[in-house]
Design a protein around this ligand. Sequence first.
Ligand SMILES: [Zn+2]
Length: 161
Amino acid sequence: MEQLPCPCCSGQLKVIGSRQRKCINASGEKIILIIRRLRCIDCNRIHHELPDMLVPYKLHVSESIETVLSNDSELSVISDESTLNRWRKWFNEKSDYFQGCLKSITIRYGKESVEDKSDLPESKLQRIWHYVGDAPGWLARVVRPIANLNLWIHTRLAFCP
Ligand SMILES: [Zn+2]
């Protein structure tokens, strides 16, 4: 497993334990992941590792959510239309924030500048893809850097592992 720096102070993290986190994989199976608890040696804050496949506070893996968001298609593993609508609404509400985060991360790390075009594509999804590309795994590429920098907004505690 990779060792990330502290999202608050870039200090060194030390593993101090673990906990279980339920999720539903892309095949619709309930699985339990072991998440490492980490403490920063410098600022003493506690963090929990976010596996690539997860979105904070979401029960379903990011692959499932991504499929629904990008194809507007129904997942065979989820028959519940209200879940799909909730994901679409969630993304619709958060995408401007995500876009802002991705932009500031790009600037912070001085990566190749993503130009601010006045003719940005219309759809929110396309604007996000402007930063992370549309290849499979794009949702993980949005979630991961934002969560790692502690920029994730904790608006929902409905599913708090
Ligand atoms: Zn720290």
